[in-house]
Design a protein around this ligand. Structure first.
Ligand SMILES: Nc1ncnc2c1ncn2[C@@H]1O[C@H](COP(=O)(O)OP(=O)(O)OP(=O)(O)O)[C@@H](O)[C@H]1O
Ligand SMILES: N[C@@H](CCO)C(=O)O
Length: 304
């Protein structure tokens, strides 16, 4: 068997939850990180990072990408080779766009390639879910598209969620971070029956709204009682940006992942107006944000 000396993996950003689908649904977006691993003859670990906020990424063994790389070698019970890692950052850190999922998926996929592909895609995905703690970012980061994940008696059932071509995801990324662990700490551990029923109904409606692009369904579906009511307070300007997005024609607005990025869904005819409205509302609240209309990424992690 020939030994691969280097591997480059692109992994897309993801938006998780989509309102009522807390911890179970997510979509890959057309924004990505690139990770290159080069096997070294000797030495330990070298990490180079380029791109916006590069200085915020750890360059020692605590780096999450490297931790994922080690995890795969641990799983197959082999000694990891010394490596040089080159990271080109396209996904902003700790903003609710799945940066940690890109690192976990990138490290696992690269290690599996360098090790000669000992594990199947399903095995690698299950390790990724276990590392992240929930499936909604790592699954679409790995296989692309919009995906719903549910446990079964034997593991995970992953289902593709059709996304109508008219629906545009507009992301408003503010200039402050919110770590997922902090945004999970504010959530209650128990919920009422009424809230559980509310989210079950709205997630069902969301799935049909995404598939059909039907405005009435999407407008009603993008509501949630499990996480957003508790997290809103961590995101200054949330209500103003929401009101502005809807007034400009968005079907609705939700927190992307754990936040602070806000995600509006709009049809193609309104997405530019929604972009402008969200940026302006945040500016009025004293926050600079990068606002962009993206598209669904259908490739997932790609080995170049
Ligand atoms: N390219 C990367 N290389 C190494 N570590 C990374 C990389 N990107 C993110 N991380 C790690 O993940 C952390 C951010 O994870 P966190 O879960 O808080 O946010 P997120 O994944 O961007 O948001 P969300 O989970 O809400 O979508 C960073 O602080 C860093 O430790
Ligand atoms: N479902 C996760 C996504 C962020 O990792 C959350 O909202 O906490």
């Amino acid at each position: 068997m020939s030994v691969i000396s280097s591997v480059t993996v692109n992994v897309p950003a993801t938006t998780a939850n989509l309102g009522p689908g807390f911890d179970c649904i997510g979509a890959a977006l057309t924004l990505c990180n690139q990770f290159k691993f080069t096997r070294l003859d000797e030495g330990g670990l070298t990490i180079h990072v380029t791109g916006a906020e590069a200085e915020r990424v750890q360059t020692d063994e605590s780096n999450l990408l490297y931790q994922a790389f080690l995890k795969l070698y641990q799983y197959i019970d082999q000694t990891p080779p010394p490596v040089k890692i080159e990271i080109v950052l396209g996904v902003p850190l700790a903003r609710g766009l799945g940066s940690s999922a890109t690192a976990i998926v990138g490290g696992l996929v690269a290690a599996n390639q360098l090790a000669g592909e000992p594990l199947s895609q399903v095995q690698v995905m299950e390790i990724a879910i276990a590392m992240e703690g929930h499936p909604d970012n790592v699954v679409p980061a790995f296989i692309g598209g919009c995906r719903l994940a549910a446990t079964s008696d034997v593991g995970w059932e992953i289902c593709d969620v059709p996304w109508h071509e008219s629906i545009v995801p507009v992301v408003a990324i503010p200039n402050f971070e919110l770590s997922t662990s902090e945004a999970r700490r504010v959530l209650p551990t128990e919920f009422s029956r009424a809230d559980a029923i509310f989210n079950t109904a709205h997630l069902g409606l969301l799935l049909r709204g995404l598939e059909t692009g039907k405005g009435e369904w999407l407008r009603a579906a993008l509501q949630d009682k499990l996480h957003q009511p508790y997290r809103k307070a961590l995101i200054p300007g949330y209500d103003a940006v929401n009101t502005a997005a809807v007034a400009a024609g968005a079907y609705g607005m939700v927190i992307s992942g754990a936040g602070p990025t806000l995600l509006a869904l709009a049809d193609v005819a309104h997405s530019s107006d929604v972009e402008l409205a969200m940026a302006s509302a945040w500016k009025t609240s004293g926050i600079d944000a990068v606002v962009r209309s993206l598209a669904l990424d259908t490739q997932g992690a790609t080995i170049l």
